[in-house]
Design a protein around this ligand. Structure first.
Ligand SMILES: C[S@@+](CC[C@H](N)C(=O)[O-])C[C@H]1O[C@@H](n2cnc3c(N)ncnc32)[C@H](O)[C@@H]1O
Length: 362
C-alpha cells in the first residue's frame, strides 16, 4: 500500500494487550514466530515466553527503526536510564543517554534517528501518529479533567461502572465518539489509508460505543495500559505497563532481544522467502487486515497455508475490518471458544480475534 502514511511512525506505545497472544500461541523455547512489528511492543512482549526466535516484519521502515532503537536501548541501558530515554519518565538528558544507544544502531537506523532527533527528545514512546492524536485529545479534554480523574481513579470496577452510567456516558461522550468514528476525519484529515477498507455498512460509532462500554464495565481502567493511553494520552503511575516495559521483566527482555530479526518488507514478499519462513511455526499477525484489501488478505493467507509443513498456530486481531480466512482453506481451523474468551478478556477491548491452527496434510 504505497502511501506517505507508511513513511512515518504511526504506532509507538502499545495499543494491544499481548496477554491475548500469549494465551493464543502458548509459546515455548521451540517456537519461531513471525510477528508484525507495529510499535514493536508485541515483538518485545512475546520474548517473555523465551521463544527460539522472532521474525519481526513491517513494510513501514520507520516502525522497524523504532523497534531497532528500543532494542538498542535495552542492550545499552539499565532500567532507570531506559525508562527515561524512551519517555516513560520526564528527562532532560536524552541527548546524553542517546550516545550510549546510537553505537548499537545500524548506519541506516542511526541516520534516521539523527535526522529525527526531536522525536527522541520528546520521548519515542509517544511519538507515533496514533499516540500524538490521543495526547492532543487528552489536552483538548481539559474541561472534563475532573470527570476523567474520577473515572480513571476508581478503585473497583463496581465504582467505575456506577460512575460510567451516572456521569460519563452522556451527550458529550457520545458527541466525542461520533467525531472519532467519523470516516471523513480518518480518510481526509488523518489520511489513514486503512479507513478506506472499512465496509460502508459497518457502524463504527456503535461498535466503538459498545466496546468502550464493555471496557468500562469489565476492566479496571486505572491500571489498564490501553485505557491510560486513551484517556490520559500516556501511562500514569498506577498503570500496569505493557509486559516489556515493566521493571520486573526488564532483564528477561534485555537478555533476549537478540532473538529478534527485523525485516522491512510486505508480508506478501516475506512469505515467498522459504529460507526465512520455513522454520516459522507461529504467526502473530496483529490487525494487518486493517491495511489489506480482500485480494491481498486472501493472498497472504494463501501463502501462509501453502508454506505449512509443520502444524502452525496463529493469532490475528481484527479492528474494524473483519475477515474469514477459514473460508479459503479447510486446513485453517479456528478456535471460536478461545476467540470469544480473548474478546472478553483483552484489555484493549476493541479487537475481535482469529485464533487457531493450520493442520498439515499427510
Ligand atoms: C495495524 S498496525 C497495528 C499496530 C499494533 N496495534 C501496535 O500497537 O503495534 C500493524 C502494522 O503492520 C504494518 N503492516 C500492515 N500490513 C502489512 C503488510 N501486509 N506487510 C507488512 N507490514 C504490514 C503497518 O505498517 C503497521 O505498522
Amino acid at each position: 500500500m504505497a502511501n506517505s502514511f507508511f513513511e512515518k511512525i504511526n504506532y509507538s506505545a502499545c495499543n494491544e494487550d499481548s496477554e491475548s497472544e500469549r494465551k493464543a500461541l502458548r509459546l515455548t523455547t521451540e517456537d519461531t514466530i513471525l510477528c508484525i512489528t507495529g510499535s514493536g511492543a508485541r515483538s518485545l512482549d512475546l520474548l517473555i515466553d523465551s521463544p527460539k526466535k522472532i521474525i519481526s516484519v513491517d513494510f513501514n521502515i520507520t516502525q522497524n527503526y523504532l523497534l531497532a532503537i528500543k532494542i538498542a536501548a535495552y542492550k545499552s541501558l539499565n532500567y532507570t536510564d531506559f525508562k527515561s530515554f524512551i519517555g516513560l519518565e520526564n528527562c532532560s538528558s536524552r541527548q546524553e543517554i542517546y550516545k550510549k544507544v546510537e553505537i548499537l544502531l545500524s548506519l541506516e537506523a542511526k541516520t534516521y534517528w539523527d535526522k529525527n532527533f526531536d522525536l527522541i527528545e520528546k520521548g519515542i514512546l509517544y511519538c507515533g501518529t496514533w499516540e500524538l492524536i490521543l495526547r492532543t485529545m487528552a489536552k483538548l479534554a481539559f474541561f472534563r479533567r475532573k470527570e476523567i480523574k474520577n473515572l480513571m481513579e476508581s478503585h473497583t470496577v463496581a465504582i467505575q461502572q456506577d460512575y460510567w452510567t451516572k456521569h460519563w456516558d452522556n451527550a458529550i461522550w457520545r458527541f466525542f465518539l461520533k467525531i472519532i468514528s467519523n470516516r471523513f476525519l480518518w480518510t481526509k484529515i488523518v489520511r489513514e489509508p486503512g479507513a478506506l477498507l472499512i465496509p460502508k455498512e459497518f457502524d463504527i460509532y456503535e461498535y466503538m460505543r459498545s466496546r468502550m462500554y464493555y471496557m468500562a464495565n469489565n476492566h479496571l481502567l486505572r491500571t489498564n495500559h490501553f485505557a491510560n493511553l486513551l484517556f490520559y494520552g500516556e501511562y500514569k503511575p498506577d498503570c500496569l505497563l505493557p509486559i516489556h516495559l515493566r521493571e520486573e521483566n526488564f532483564e528477561i527482555i534485555k537478555n533476549q532481544v537478540d532473538k529478534i530479526e527485523i525485516i522491512t518488507d510486505s508480508l506478501l514478499n516475506v512469505l515467498d522467502n522459504q529460507k526465512l519462513v520455513g522454520s516459522v511455526n507461529a504467526y502473530s499477525l496483529s490487525d494487518f487486515s486493517s491495511y489489506a484489501d480482500a485480494e491481498m488478505y486472501n493472498e497472504i493467507w494463501g501463502k501462509i497455508v501453502k508454506n505449512t509443513t509443520n502444524e502452525i498456530k496463529f493469532c490475528e486481531r481484527f479492528f474494524l475490518v473483519k475477515r474469514e480466512p477459514e473460508k479459503l482453506s479447510n486446513l485453517i481451523e479456528r478456535n471460536n471458544v478461545l476467540e470469544k474468551q480473548l474478546y472478553d478478556e483483552d484489555l484493549s477491548a476493541i479487537y475481535t480475534f482469529c485464533v487457531g491452527r493450520i493442520k498439515v496434510t499427510v
